[in-house]
Design a protein around this ligand. Sequence first.
Ligand code: BG6
Length: 317
Amino acid sequence: IHDKFKTFNKAYFVACGTAYHACLSGANILERLTGIPTFTQVASEFRYCDPIVDEKTMCVFVSQSGETADTMAALRLAKEKGCTTIAVANVLGSSISREADHTIYTCAGPEIAVASTKAYTTQLIVLLLLGMYISQALGNENEDYKRIIEGIASLPQHIENILKDEKTFEHYASYLKDLKDAYYIGRSLDYATVLEGALKLKEVSYVHADAYIAGELKHGPIALIENDITVISIMTDKNLVEKTVSNIQEVITRGAKTLVVTNQNIDDKMFDTVIHIPETNTFISPILSVIPLQLLAYYISKEKGLDVDKPRNLAKS
Ligand code: BG6
């Protein structure tokens, strides 16, 4: 496939649920590293929207189980249309890996809980590596690649440090347990992460949660903000911090309670709660910034006495 990368004029990333959120990050990174115009689509839409794809399109299908029906149907459609298909799957020998032209395994081990957290971490890493690999195959040498690889190698230590902070998250959960609604905001890669954070809160804590692109707040969702509404933000891109801070100021003015996850130097006093995570390359930051959101959902679920691993109405393929 190495020589084929030069022939692609378009890339599609397709998946469902959590895997789709990993696609949003992976697609953003691929486009920025390679300049290949890149699109994302949920599988249940892709299969019915008559996508404009052909033999010059690379289609990446991401699935933990490798069996999700919509993702499989989307893969078959892409193949029919002559696309080159790459599966990113966790389960060895799964249907998706048997039918795609190429497969990359995430090797996250057996997935027991529905929430798919370790699958998400590994999907993000594989999609980042894929983006760098294709970029290099196209002849782009980037000084940052070595630092990104070093950053990936230091992830276990950083993740362990965040996980150790159990008491802090238990404390947040104890005062957020009666939460009825939560709004999440972020820009660029942080937007994919807030979508995933909101999904976790819905899935395992049964709290209504919505995620918005921070810049879109003023175009509608701001109407929902009133006294004591909780707004959770992620800010990991130094070029976008100022913009997002100004969005958060707008919700503070309307009485919202704010929780911020960041790896940037911000004025903590402005917000109700700030969770600091280690600073890393922008492309690696989604792997770390999602963890506080997963922990928040986990501890709120526990505080409410729910079964975190087996949310109602959800099943694994
Ligand atoms: C849903 C699960 O049914 O399928 C989600 O509840 C999961 O947790 C989604 O993200 C996609 O699953 P898979 O196996 O294709 O990644």
